[in-house]
Write a protein that binds this ligand. Structure first.
Ligand SMILES: Cc1cc2nc3c(=O)[nH]c(=O)nc-3n(C[C@H](O)[C@H](O)[C@H](O)COP(=O)(O)OP(=O)(O)OC[C@H]3O[C@@H](n4cnc5c(N)ncnc54)[C@H](O)[C@@H]3O)c2cc1C
Length: 417
């Protein structure tokens, strides 16, 4: 009797979900990749249901949390087409200069360096967007664009057959979809349920991520300073009234040391950051807000497809953040996939047909494997204190610096153009 009353009360306070219609595409996971895909497809009239175990209510003012993404030019265009960029509640900061240096903590950077400047591209190399601003924009857009059914917080059980997929929600509702997209992150349950093998590479490194205020302006410049224990990146952020000069840092260090660094008191932590910048370009620094610690690894799925199923974003690939390209790779999956699906939808084709799934894998997987291999090689080459290797790589980066055509080619690729 008591149990019946409790469930009656629960039903009275939990608004029941509107019944879910069958859709063209069901996306599991509403992280930046899954949510952007939902908005992009719906803009072109494809009906979408998106399921996430986290709550996706539109948010007002989430607290500053010190995390930010570098979003390249190609992915920015995708976000504009999906109506997300326009909904960003905070300014983004253009990256107009990237300095690549090599050194040791507490020492000036090597005199051989590589610098990408405004002359190497006709637009910024990328834009720094606060993670909380992107989340606000995604949640708002998911609820505004017609044709998207948002199912969150919810868990789904997916049954896939050659003729279609059935999705069963934890509240007892069911619906059908022609295609299921796994955008459920690195530990993708859909990927493991489909039996798709995963290969993992470990780096023995952990990243400390936070924001820093500094004495001098960054002039929209980013720094990638290679140190023996791992790369240290400074990325320019839009300032606030309180902190006019603000940057994000991604400091990769050995697993055993990173947590100890992250736990240091503010003043000692600030000194350790200054020791890793290779110069006094930004002057005195002070850490702002929370410090995040992420163990680093790379991983890739052996295939991106199964019956009526596609993997996108971190469910398909995860890379070292050395080049700030992890999310951008996921966005590039979405650019290719939305192109394939929108064209097929306009022709009235079955969106889960094996030929379309194969086309997506052929467009994305080789390029993603190349980026994974490049970031892996960069980290292994630079996280190394051998003097001969150091000299060779310094000559290498200085060589690229002197070849404008090669610099421009690098930039074009990294910008996703
Ligand atoms: C230290 C660090 C710094 C980084 N910096 C950058 C950067 O500067 N630029 C950049 O491009 N990338 C960066 N990245 C990479 C970037 O964070 C990821 O690539 C990106 O978050 C992947 O997005 P996603 O949507 O694929 O997955 P996720 O962000 O992991 O989202 C997965 C979603 O799926 C949901 N979910 C999971 N399982 C289920 C389930 N069973 N049912 C329902 N929902 C589920 C989760 O709740 C979540 O919302 C960085 C990564 C690290 C570790």
């Amino acid at each position: 009797m008591a149990a019946t009353s409790a469930s009656a009360i629960q039903n009275a306070v939990t608004p029941s979900r509107p019944s879910v219609r069958d859709v063209d595409v069901c996306i599991i996971g509403a992280g930046p990749v899954g949510a952007s895909l939902a908005c992009r497809l719906a803009v072109d009239g494809i009906s979408v249901a998106i399921v996430d175990r986290a709550d996706l209510s539109p948010m007002e003012h989430p607290d500053f949390d010190g995390r930010a993404y570098a979003i390249a030019a190609g992915p920015k265009k995708l976000l504009e087409e999906a109506g997300i960029w326009q909904a960003l509640p905070l300014s983004s900061c253009p990256i107009e200069d990237i300095l690549v240096t090599d050194g040791r903590p507490g020492e000036p950077a090597s005199s051989l360096f590589l610098e990408f400047t405004r002359e190497d591209a006709r637009q910024p190399f990328g834009w720094m967007v606060e993670a909380r601003a992107l989340r606000v924009a995604l949640n708002a857009t998911l609820h505004i664009v017609p044709g998207i059914t948002v199912l969150a917080p919810a868990e789904a059980r997916v049954i896939r057959r050659p003729e279609g997929a059935d999705i069963h929600l934890d509240d007892g509702q069911s619906f059908k979809a022609s295609l299921v997209v796994a955008a459920d992150g690195r530990k993708s349950r859909l990927r493991s349920e489909a039996g798709i093998p995963l290969t993992k590479l470990s780096y023995g490194q952990t990243a400390i991520v936070c924001a820093i205020a500094h004495e001098f302006p960054h002039d929209n410049g980013a720094l990638e300073h290679f140190l023996p224990a791992g790369p240290f990146a400074q990325l320019p952020m839009a300032g606030t009234e309180e902190h006019p000069y603000l940057s994000a840092i991604v400091w990769s260090d050995k697993d055993a040391l990173a947590q100890r660094f992250a736990d240091l008191p503010d003043d000692v932590f600030a000194k350790e950051i200054e020791r890793r910048m290779g110069s006094n370009r930004l002057g005195k620094v002070s850490p702002i807000g929370r410090r995040w610690v992420y163990p680093l690894s790379a991983q890739y799925a052996q295939r991106y497809t199964d019956t009526r199923l596609l993997l996108v974003g971190d469910a398909a690939h995860g890379i070292h953040p050395i080049a700030g390209q992890g999310l951008n790779l996921g966005f590039r999956d979405i650019i290719a996939l939305s192109d394939i699906l929108v064209t097929a939808h306009a022709k009235g084709e079955d969106l889960g047909a094996p030929v379309l799934l194969a086309r997506y894998q052929a467009r994305c997987r080789p390029a993603n494997m190349l980026m994974l291999a490049a970031t892996d090689a960069l980290d292994r080459l630079f996280s190394n204190n051998n003097p001969v290797v150091r000299l060779a790589r310094d000559i290498g980066i200085a060589g690229v610096h002197r070849l404008p055509a090669l610099r421009k080619a690098f930039v074009k690729h990294a910008m996703g153009l």
